[in-house]
Design a protein around this ligand. Structure first.
Ligand code: GLP
Length: 234
């Protein structure tokens, strides 16, 4: 595990964007696993800047996002489809047909989860970008009795609903369920890049990286990954 403790959110964003750009420049056909949440916004901004400066060609990329809320349409500004479109996909030359997010509005969610896993399996993720929730969740893999391997539908933790309420006009609008990539696809990524920002994340980050490996702290499983890079600022 490589851990970079950097002095600010800007440096965190720059460092992570540099690592992702290096992956894309060396391997233009890379498969990227992508994350949402407030933390990676600066990373996406830097990637867009690099693209606009002519340093980054995203034309060969394939992407898989970690998760999506149930019950929100793709055009809902709170959906992760919309987040990705507005922060990255509409701003770089990515091939829209190679963008993948789980369809959390599918009638048959179980079938959709299986479909998503088989798509990921067929491509394999080269670099997975992750944030971390206040309770140690990655994607929407919430603390629980077991690490869930496959893409699945989750009941969001009360603490996650509260934390994410800041993005919604009315806290009652926060969806109670989501579809998330499971630990298997995350852990099978060749490289993992975890970004975290703010004093509030320090304790959970320390628990995740140096505490016992337990599904009660979902991100603790990352200690078992052979190529984990963490970039964090407090
Ligand atoms: C959501 C996402 C996670 C993300 C987390 C942290 O719950 N599903 O992928 O890591 O938020 O968000 P933030 O970066 O805003 O703290």
């Amino acid at each position: 595990m490589k851990v970079y403790h950097v002095p600010s959110y800007d440096v965190m964003s720059q460092k992570a964007a540099n690592l992702i750009s290096a992956q894309i420049i060396l391997y233009p056909q890379s498969v990227l696993g992508l994350a949402t949440g407030s933390t990676p916004i600066g990373v996406y901004e830097r990637l867009v800047d690099k693209h606009n400066n002519g340093e980054l060609d995203c034309g060969g990329l394939t992407t898989f996002n970690l998760d999506e809320y149930c019950g929100l349409s793709e055009d809902d500004p709170q959906s992760y489809h919309y987040f990705m479109k507005s922060h990255l996909f509409s701003k770089v030359n990515i091939n829209k047909e190679k963008i993948h997010l789980p369809d959390a509005s599918a009638k048959d969610i179980e079938k959709e989860c299986k479909r998503y896993d088989s798509q990921i399996e067929a491509c394999g993720i080269d670099l997975q970008l992750l944030g971390i929730g206040n309770n140690g969740h990655i994607g929407f893999n919430e603390p629980g009795a077991v690490f869930e391997g496959d893409t699945h539908c989750v009941d969001l933790d009360e603490s996650t609903i509260l934390a994410n309420a800041r993005f919604f006009d009315d806290p009652n609008d926060v969806p109670r369920k989501a579809v998330t990539m499971g630990m298997k696809s995350i852990m099978l990524a060749k490289r993992i890049l975890l970004v975290a920002n703010g004093e509030a994340k320090r304790a959970i980050l320390e628990k995740s990286l140096y505490g016992p490996i337990t599904p009660l702290v979902p991100a603790s499983i990352l200690q078992l990954h052979p190529d984990l890079t963490v970039v964090w600022s407090d």
